[in-house]
Design a protein around this ligand. Structure first.
Ligand code: AMP
Ligand code: ZN
Length: 329
């Protein structure tokens, strides 16, 4: 007989849990493995265990440093294939095992109390920022990389100096930025671009702009930096507008991450339209830039216009039709 609670939990896990990362099932595993309870710290440690790059790093440390010292130099452990064991473990009573664990814990505490930052070797140069300041910078950046826009949910973010310390940069918050590890790895210490301006402008909205104020229920698809709605006066059925969330005039003032976001939504919408409407056999994709070119809403948007065989008597030339007499050639 399965219990009601089992049914409820398994229904949640299998059917209702909406995952934007592995965090929820990972947290539940940690809780379920520990009689249903765990501290924030233990849950956080369990989450780190799923971060492959972290685990790989410490596997390297184990094999090449601590494992070697304890096994080869000190003869305390032995290694067989991928497994380490304490030599003579079977001769220890459980009380003795507990006492040895306490001794280790004491040595760790003693060590941590006398060192400033035992993990500083992991950090890039002297620029790495930790603790509260790190958190403040990340929240200021809305937990996104200030260069490529990726969110902390998808890539680990690092906080470090805009103008590097060795170039006279200060530890003031105005000289700190949040970057994902890929962008930070590419950014050399000589690069003093201030990405904070970009970060701020991702948040830009203009009162009275229809595309800054589109009601949520009209959004049919979205990602971090862009969203899609159906055109209110469609040229053809399923005519979609893909719009950056930031208020910006046109295609040419988009940031690269927004272009990527718009591109992804274009592809997504194309797939959905083709799936629901087999009569669609082509598309026009385009931006009107400037009033001269026909732009009426001055918040950038890309038209995705589905086309069907015979929807116009002579489709030849497509977007060339912006000057009707020149459409065909
Ligand atoms: P453009 O001429 O490129 O600026 O295109 C503006 C597009 O926005 C037109 O295709 C309009 O039909 C469409 N449009 C205008 N107002 C709205 C609205 N409130 N909701 C959805 N689409 C709109
Ligand atoms: Zn706008």
């Amino acid at each position: 007989m399965t219990s009601d609670q089992f049914k409820k939990l398994s229904k949640f896990i299998l059917k209702e849990m909406r995952m934007s990362h592995i965090y929820q099932p990972a947290m539940l595993i940690e809780l379920l493995k520990n009689k249903g309870r765990a501290s924030t710290e233990d849950i956080a440690k369990a989450l780190v265990g799923y971060d492959k790059s972290q685990v790989e790093y410490y596997e390297h440390i184990t094999k090449n440093m601590v494992g070697k010292v304890l096994t080869n130099s000190r003869g305390i452990t032995q290694k067989e294939k991928d497994e380490y064991s304490v030599i003579g473990f079977n001769e220890l009573s459980s009380g003795e095992v507990s006492e040895l664990i306490s001794c280790c814990e004491n040595r760790i505490e003693e060590y941590l109390n006398t060192r400033n930052d035992p993990w500083s070797h992991r950090r890039k140069s002297s620029g790495y920022i930790k603790g509260t300041v790190r958190y403040q910078i990340l929240s200021r950046a809305k937990f996104r990389c200030e260069l490529c826009g990726i969110s902390a949910d998808h890539k680990a973010l690092e906080v470090d100096h805009i103008i590097p310390r060795n170039k006279g940069g200060s530890d003031d918050q105005s000289n700190l930025q949040s970057l994902c590890y890929s962008c930070n790895a590419m950014k050399r210490d000589t690069d003093d671009t201030d990405f904070r301006g970009i970060r701020q402008s991702y948040e830009e909205r203009v009162q009275g702009c229809i595309f800054c104020e589109i009601p949520r229920e009209r959004v049919i698809a979205e990602n971090e930096l862009a969203y899609a709605i159906l055109d209110a006066f469609p040229v053809t059925q399923h005519h979609t507008l893909i719009i950056p969330k930031r208020h910006t005039a046109d295609f040419f003032t988009l940031y690269q991450p927004e272009r990527n976001a718009i591109q992804r939504l274009l592809e997504e919408r194309r797939e959905s339209i083709l799936a629901i409407d087999p009569s669609v056999t082509g598309f026009n994709v385009g931006n009107n830039v400037g009033e001269t070119a026909g732009q009426t809403v001055m918040h950038c948007h890309t038209h995705l216009i589905p086309r069907r065989d015979g929807d116009t008597s002579d489709p030849r030339g497509g977007v060339r039709g912006v000057i009707p007499s020149k459409q065909s050639y």
